[in-house]
Ligand binder design. Structure first.
Ligand code: 5AD
Ligand code: SF4
Length: 453
């Protein structure tokens, strides 16, 4: 009998990858995915701890699941196991066990490969199961070979953890030290994805360009090496990687953007701030001009590279002039797309101790609005610059309107196009009619292979 598994995923793409692997692990135990938590036999919240209110959000979601379980039980529709995974589980596992005694399992990002054992323990009536170890033997060694998701675009985690210790960030504490998977394991997983129909792979890591995995001869390989190896796999059409740190934007990686055809011309390279004093206080270990020079180098090798970034406004002590340095950096670099946040203290991080320098909430909001206005203008201008151009679009799924498909351009833009559905899964040349704030609209170029009658 199949059991229903509901997974709610918050936060970054690493969590999306982890959720997919949890589904893979539970599949042989008879669990298949459902979108409907009211009817689930097991519900997992895969949580994110990066910004504030993460734990309150988790507890309120847990309360909702508890009510659904109660309804299920009282209507005689069986039971529901409730689990908390991800970074809130890692950081606040004990607290969750205490405050939510109805939760069956709490486990961190490094221990979900033990889900079958945890399920067995729960079935034996062992009470609440908590596993937030950083195990010596990495979970990747025990992930199943069979994937149940057959996505055209798939995420593949190649690196985890972070040793950078930016002063505002919880990642080094929740995800632990940097770890890179061996190239052979990654190639094997990529081949399996391609055999399942994947055309585009995004290599994931909290610090993906710090990748330094061993090859089969025991030699340490860089992300650029790994990209070269993956580019040789038959059937793979597109490759991306995220998220990167400026310090590790090495020459060979910059050059890979010129030399590797299937490496897409898009890069997410967070800078966080444009003032050298703030960058130092953030422990970013580079200056604004060093970042500018990295961008120049990248554009030297790949002139059409589209850039994305992350920004934090209102870091403790940030003056108006220092905030304006961020605006100036954005003007100099020009982003195709970006994420921006108000600084929020994360317990346990060095910056959380800078109480006396905290910036008032209304000042942070005002700065964020100014930064986002500029970033949105750049994004719109970038999208508008495509009007009249022809771009290759990997068509991924049907759109909301009749006869419409949605896909991605090489530059990560969503593209809406009128097309028969059988083109899903293929790259089509699309003439762009309209560039909007968040997407492009266009039509199939007559140059595409004719449709079968
Ligand atoms: N406050 C605000 N933004 C943060 N980020 C990480 N920690 C914080 C924090 N304490 C942002 C950074 C990072 C992105 C994933 O989240 O910009 O790059
Ligand atoms: Fe966090 Fe900095 Fe590591 Fe990125 S590089 S995960 S922001 S500590």
């Amino acid at each position: 009998m199949t059991k229903k598994l509901y997974i709610s995923t918050y936060g970054c793409q690493m969590n999306v990858y982890d959720s997919a692997r949890m589904a893979d692990i539970l599949s042989p135990l008879g669990y298949s995915l459902t979108q409907d938590p009211t009817d689930a036999d097991m519900s997992i919240l895969n949580t994110c701890h990066i910004r504030e209110k993460a734990s309150e959000k988790t507890f309120s979601e847990l309360g909702r699941l508890r009510n659904m379980r109660r309804d299920k039980q009282s209507e005689g529709r069986g039971d529901m196991l409730i689990a908390v995974a991800g970074c809130v589980a890692q950081a606040e596992g004990d607290e969750i066990i205490k405050r939510a005694p109805y939760v069956n399992m709490v486990f961190g990002p490094q221990s979900y490969h033990k889900l079958p054992e945890m399920l067995a323990e729960t079935a034996r009536g062992a009470g609440q199961v908590l596993d937030t170890d950083f195990p010596v033997e990495p979970k990747f060694d025990s992930l199943p070979d069979e994937a149940i998701d057959k996505n055209l675009g798939a995420f593949l985690t190649v690196q985890e953890g972070c040793d950078k210790f930016c002063a505002f960030c919880v990642v080094p504490y929740t995800r632990g030290a940097e770890f890179s998977r061996a190239t052979d394991d990654i190639l094997k997983e990529a081949r399996r994805m391609i055999a399942n129909g994947t055309k585009e792979i995004t290599l994931l890591g909290q610090n993906v360009n710090a990748y330094h995995g061993l090859d089969k001869n025991g030699k340490s390989r860089s992300l650029a090496d790994l990209i070269q190896m993956l580019a040789e796999l038959d059937g793979l059409e597109r490759l991306r990687y995220t998220t990167s740190h400026p310090l590790e934007m090495t020459e060979d990686l910059c050059k890979a953007h010129r030399d590797v055809d299937i490496l897409m011309p898009y890069l997410h390279l967070p800078v966080q701030a444009g003032s050298d004093r703030i960058l130092e206080a953030m422990n970013r270990r580079h200056t604004a001009d060093e970042y500018r020079r990295i961008i120049d180098k990248l554009r030297h090798y790949k002139p059409d590279l589209a850039l994305s970034g992350d920004f934090i406004v209102g870091f403790p002590g940030e003056t108006e002039a220092e905030f304006e340095d961020t605006l100036r950096l954005v003007e100099d670099v020009t982003y195709a797309q970006a994420y921006s946040f108000k600084y929020s203290p994360r317990p346990g991080t060095p910056a959380a101790g800078l109480d006396h320098e905290m910036i008032a909430e209304d000042v942070k909001s005002e700065r964020l609005a100014r930064l986002q206005k500029l970033l949105n203008e750049q994004q719109l201008a970038f999208n508008k610059s495509f009007e009249g151009k022809t771009v290759p679009v990997l068509l991924e799924r049907e759109g909301r309107r009749d006869g419409q498909l949605v896909g991605r351009s090489p530059y990560m833009q969503s593209v809406y196009v009128q097309s028969p559905p059988h083109r899903i899964g293929r790259v089509a040349e699309v003439i762009i009619d309209e560039g909007n704030a968040n997407s492009l609209r266009g039509q199939l170029s007559p140059g595409n292979a004719q449709d079968a009658a």
